[in-house]
Design a protein around this ligand. Structure first.
Ligand SMILES: CC(C)(COP(=O)(O)OP(=O)(O)OC[C@H]1O[C@@H](n2cnc3c(N)ncnc32)[C@H](O)[C@@H]1OP(=O)(O)O)[C@@H](O)C(=O)NCCC(=O)NCCS
Length: 164
C-alpha cells in the first residue's frame, strides 16, 4: 500500500479528533489523555492544537489513518533534541507499513532540521510499540517509575531515544 505523510492543519481537526478518540479508547496505554479529556476538547480546541504545527499524519488516499506529535525543543541548550508522541495508527493498519511511513516522515524532517535525537516515553507493558520503536533503532536509556496514573493506578514508562 502507498501511504502519504504530511503535517496536519486545522482542516484536519474533525478527523484527527475522531481518530484520537478511537486511540484513547482502544489503546489507553498509548496515550496520556483520558477519553473524558479527549471528549472535552471542542473542535476549535483541536484546530488550535493543529495550528501549532506539531502533529504529523499518515494517510491512505484521503483517509487519515495515524498521527504523531512532533515537538523540536527550542531552548539553545536542548535544541539538538525533539520529542515525539502521541504515536498512533488505527488497528486495521497495524502491520501494514503505515507506522513505518509515519516514523520515516518524522525522522526525515528532524534530520533536515539538524536534530540529533528523537525522544519518547512508552509504557513498560506496551509491547507492540516497544518492538516497533526498537526495530527503528530507538534505545532505552531510562525507566520512569510512577510517571503515569491511569484511573489512579500507577504505571511506569521507559524513556527511549533515537540517535539520528
Ligand atoms: C505502535 C504502533 C504504531 C506500531 O504500528 P504497527 O503497524 O503495529 O507496527 P509493526 O507492524 O512494526 O508491529 C509492531 C509489533 O506489533 C505486532 N503487531 C502488529 N500488528 C498486530 C496485531 N494486529 N495484533 C497484535 N500484534 C500486532 C507486530 O508483530 C510487531 O511485533 P514483532 O516485531 O514482534 O513482530 C501501533 O501498534 C499502535 O498504533 N499502537 C497503539 C498506540 C500506541 O500504543 N502507541 C505508542 C505510544 S508510546
Amino acid at each position: 500500500m502507498a501511504f502519504s505523510f504530511t503535517t496536519l492543519r486545522s482542516e484536519h481537526a474533525a478527523v484527527w479528533r475522531a481518530l484520537k478518540l478511537e486511540g484513547v479508547r482502544d489503546f489507553p496505554l498509548g496515550f496520556l489523555h483520558s477519553e473524558a479529556e479527549t471528549l472535552a476538547t471542542p473542535i476549535d480546541g483541536a484546530k488550535d492544537i493543529l495550528n501549532h504545527g506539531a502533529m504529523r499524519g499518515v494517510f491512505d488516499g484521503e483517509t487519515l489513518i495515524g498521527f504523531c506529535g512532533y515537538r523540536p525543543l527550542l531552548p539553545e541548550r536542548i535544541r539538538h533534541r525533539a520529542e515525539i508522541g502521541p504515536f498512533f495508527v488505527t488497528a486495521a493498519y497495524h502491520g501494514k507499513g503505515a507506522a513505518q511511513v509515519l516514523i520515516n516522515g518524522v525522522i526525515q524532517e528532524a534530520v533536515a532540521a539538524g536534530i540529533e535525537y528523537l525522544e519518547l516515553f512508552v509504557d513498560t507493558e506496551n509491547d507492540p510499540a516497544i518492538r516497533f520503536y526498537e526495530r527503528q533503532g530507538f534505545e532505552r536509556t531510562a525507566m520512569h517509575p510512577d510517571g503515569v496514573r491511569i484511573d489512579g493506578v500507577s504505571r511506569s514508562d521507559y524513556f527511549y531515544r533515537l540517535r539520528l
